[in-house]
Design a protein around this ligand. Structure first.
Ligand code: HPA
Ligand code: ZN
Length: 350
C-alpha cells in the first residue's frame, strides 16, 4: 500500500468503532492463555491449539471474499465469531488491555478524539460485572488521555436481537456510569429488528440527555424503513446520527430528510465491501457526499476485517471516491462537527 502523508497527518475523530471489534486474534489468544480458557470454534466446538489456527478462523472477511456475505446464514457466522470472542474477557485487566490496545493504535493514527461503542449485554451474559467492564475501560481511557492525548467517551449499544426489556435493564444499570457514556446506539443482527422496537429505552435516554444513534443496513438487505424510523422517530424526535445506511440513496425522500435535519452518517467502507458490489459502495458514498450530507469515515470492527483501521478506511474511500485533499479535509471537519464532544474539545481538534 502506498503511503498517503496527507491522511497520515490529518487530525482524526473516530465515531464508528466497536471496542470488541478491536479484539485481534493475538489479544484473544493472550487473554485465553492467561485466563486458562480453551478457545473453541463457535460453531464446531473444536479447540484451537495454536494462534495460527485461531487467526485463520478469525478472518471472516477472507472467507467471504469473492463470495459476498449477504445472506443470513453467513452473517450469523460473523456474529458467532464476534460474540463468541467475548468469552475470553474475564478480568478488569482484560478490559483495560483491550481498550488500551485500541487507544495506542488510535494515537499512532493521529486520532485525537473517539466515541467508542461497547455492547454491555454481550459481557453481562458471560458473567462479567459492570465494575470489571467499566472499571477497565475507565482506567484505559484516563491513561490514554494523560499519556497519549487521545480523548475518548463511550456509546452504549443495545443488541437488537435481544429483548427491549433486556435493553432497559442494561440502560438502568449503566446509569451508575453515565459520566463515561455520551450516547446510546443499536447494533447486532438487524434481521426483523426495526429500531422502533426499542423506542421506550431510546425515548428515556433522550429525556435523560444522552445522544442517540442506530446501526442501519450493514449490507443492503434491510428495509430503508429502518433508516426512516431512526431519522424521524427514534427517541421521539429522531436520532442525532445514523450508523451506516448506504441504501438510503434508494430513497430520495429519506435522504432529503437526513440532509434537512443536518444528520451525519458514519460510514465504514471495509465493512460494506464484503456484502455488496465494490463499485456500488463507493458510488453511494460519493452520492451522499455530493448531496451535502455529513459523513464520518469509521472502521467498525478492524480485527475482523483484515486489520483495517480508520486509516485504511480513509485510504480506500479516498482512492475509490476520488476524494481530493480538500474533500478529505471536509470529511475530517464533518466528523468533528458530527461528534458529541463539547465545543471546547471540538475547537482543539482541527
Ligand atoms: N453489524 C452489526 N452490529 C455490529 C457489527 C456489524 O458489523 N459489528 C459490531 N456490531
Ligand atoms: Zn458498527
Amino acid at each position: 500500500q502506498t503511503r498517503d502523508p496527507f491522511i497520515e497527518r490529518i487530525p482524526k475523530v473516530e465515531l464508528h468503532i466497536h471496542i470488541e471489534g478491536t479484539l485481534t486474534p493475538e489479544l484473544k489468544w493472550e487473554f485465553a492463555q492467561r485466563n486458562a480458557m480453551p478457545l473453541k470454534h463457535p460453531r464446531t466446538g473444536t479447540v484451537f491449539s495454536s494462534l495460527a489456527e485461531l487467526q485463520d478462523s478469525h478472518d471472516t472477511m477472507k472467507a467471504s471474499n469473492g463470495d459476498r456475505m449477504d445472506n443470513a446464514e453467513e452473517t450469523m457466522s460473523f456474529f458467532e465469531a464476534y460474540y463468541g470472542g467475548f468469552l475470553v474477557l474475564k478480568t478488569k485487566r482484560d478490559y483495560f488491555d483491550l481498550a488500551m490496545h485500541y487507544f495506542e493504535r488510535a494515537a499512532r493514527m493521529n486520532v485525537r478524539y473517539c466515541e467508542v461503542f461497547f455492547d454491555p449485554q454481550g459481557h453481562t451474559r458471560t458473567g462479567v460485572t459492570w465494575e470489571i467492564m467499566m472499571g477497565g475501560f475507565r482506567e484505559a481511557q484516563e491513561k490514554a488521555w494523560k499519556e497519549l492525548k487521545v480523548e475518548s467517551t463511550w456509546i452504549m449499544c443495545f443488541l437488537r436481537d435481544e429483548s427491549p426489556e433486556s435493553a432497559m435493564e442494561h440502560y438502568v444499570a449503566a446509569l451508575e456510569y453515565r459520566h463515561m457514556i455520551v450516547g446510546i446506539g443499536l447494533d447486532s443482527n438487524e434481521d426483523q429488528r426495526p429500531p422502533v422496537l426499542f423506542e421506550e429505552v431510546f425515548a428515556r435516554a433522550r429525556a435523560d440527555g444522552f445522544c442517540i444513534t442506530a446501526h442501519c443496513d450493514v449490507g443492503k438487505t434491510y428495509p430503508v424503513e429502518h433508516i426512516r424510523q431512526t431519522v424521524s422517530d427514534l427517541g421521539r424526535t429522531g436520532a442525532d446520527r445514523i450508523d451506516h445506511g448506504l441504501n438510503v440513496v434508494d430513497d430520495p425522500a429519506v435522504m432529503n430528510l437526513i440532509r434537512e435535519k443536518g444528520l451525519g452518517m458514519t460510514i465504514c467502507p471495509w465493512s460494506y465491501i464484503r456484502h455488496q458490489p465494490f463499485d456500488e459502495v463507493f458510488e453511494r458514498i460519493r452520492i451522499l457526499f455530493d448531496a451535502g450530507i455529513k459523513i464520518a469515515i469509521g472502521s467498525d470492527d478492524p480485527a475482523f476485517m483484515e486489520d483495517t483501521w480508520i486509516h485504511e478506511n480513509l485510504l480506500i474511500a479516498r482512492k475509490y471516491c476520488k476524494f481530493t485533499d480538500g474533500e478529505i479535509l471536509k470529511l475530517a471537519k464533518d466528523a468533528v462537527d458530527m461528534s458529541w464532544a463539547s465545543d471546547e474539545v471540538k475547537r482543539d481538534i482541527l
